[in-house]
Design a protein around this ligand. Structure first.
Ligand code: DC
Length: 227
C-alpha cells in the first residue's frame, strides 16, 4: 500500500493525538506530536529564566536555539519527548508549560527551527503528524489532511479529565480559560496561524466516542490509499 503523509491539525485538546496515535499503531506509521516539540522549547525557556513578568527574552532564546535538541523515545508502546537527553514528558504536559507555550510557539525563529526538524522527521513518509500548521506549512502536499475541532467546553472537560488522571488538581474555569486563550493566540499569530488548509477534511468530534472517531479516521485513510 502507498505510504503517505497524514497531516492532523486542529484546536487544542480536541482529541487529535488520541486518534492519530490509534491510527499510527493500527497501520504501522510513525506518530509525530509537534505540540510536544513546542512544549519542550517552552520548558527549556522557562528553565533558563527566559520567560519573565515582562515577557520573553527572545534574544537569549534565539542564541540558544541551536543547543535545543528534541527527539522522541518509546517505552512499552508509549512515546515520550526527550529534551537534550532528558525525558521531559511529564513536565511538558503540566499547566505551567501549557500557560506559556502559545507565545513561545508564535515566535518566528522557533517555528522555523521546529518546521525544519519536522520536515526532516517526515521525509520518508508513512507518518502521521499532529499539530496546527502541518497541512498548511509543514507538509502542504500531504496526501491526507484532517482538521479536527470540538466545542471549547468539551475540549476543556477533556483536558480537565486528563490532568486529573495524571494526579494534578485543576480548576475547570482555569482549564477553559487556557483552552480559549490558546485558541485565540494560535489563530491570530503572524507566523503560520492555526487555520484549516483548503483541502483538509473537517471533523467535529464533540459528540463522538473515541471508537467512532478512530473508525472515521481509518475510513479516511483507507479511502485515500485505495484511490
Ligand atoms: O497540541 P498541543 O496542545 O500540545 O500544542 C501546544 C501548543 O503548541 C499549542 O498551544 C500551539 C502550539 N503548536 C503550534 O503552534 N504548532 C504546531 N504544529 C503544534 C503546536
Amino acid at each position: 500500500m502507498k505510504k503517505i503523509i497524514i497531516a492532523m491539525d486542529g484546536h487544542s485538546s480536541c482529541g487529535k493525538s488520541t486518534m492519530a496515535k490509534a491510527l499510527a499503531k493500527a497501520i504501522g506509521y510513525t506518530y509525530i506530536d509537534t505540540g510536544a516539540m513546542y512544549r519542550a522549547v517552552t520548558l527549556y525557556a522557562m528553565r533558563r529564566g527566559f520567560i519573565g513578568e515582562n515577557g520573553i527574552d527572545e534574544e537569549s532564546l534565539r542564541r540558544e536555539m541551536p543547543q535545543i535538541k528534541i527527539t522522541f523515545g518509546h517505552e512499552n508502546g508509549m512515546q515520550y519527548t526527550i529534551l537534550n537527553g532528558e525525558n521531559v514528558e511529564r513536565q511538558i504536559r503540566g499547566m505551567e508549560v501549557s500557560g506559556n507555550v502559545s507565545p513561545i510557539s508564535a515566535i518566528g525563529f522557533v517555528r522555523e527551527a521546529m518546521v525544519s526538524l519536522q520536515r526532516e522527521m517526515g521525509r520518508q513518509g508513512a507518518v502521521i503528524m499532529d499539530g496546527r500548521d502541518i497541512g498548511t506549512t509543514v507538509f502542504p502536499n500531504a496526501e491526507l489532511k484532517i482538521f479536527v475541532t470540538a466545542s471549547d467546553e468539551i475540549r476543556a472537560q477533556r483536558r480537565f479529565d486528563e490532568l486529573k488522571a495524571k494526579g494534578e488538581n485543576p480548576v475547570f474555569e482555569d482549564v477553559l480559560k487556557n483552552v480559549r486563550e490558546r485558541d485565540y493566540i494560535d489563530s491570530h499569530r503572524a507566523v503560520s496561524p492555526l487555520r484549516k488548509a483548503d483541502d483538509a477534511i473537517v471533523l467535529d468530534n464533540s459528540h463522538m466516542t473515541i471508537d467512532e472517531q478512530n473508525k472515521w479516521l481509518m475510513d479516511q485513510y483507507l479511502a485515500k490509499t485505495s484511490e
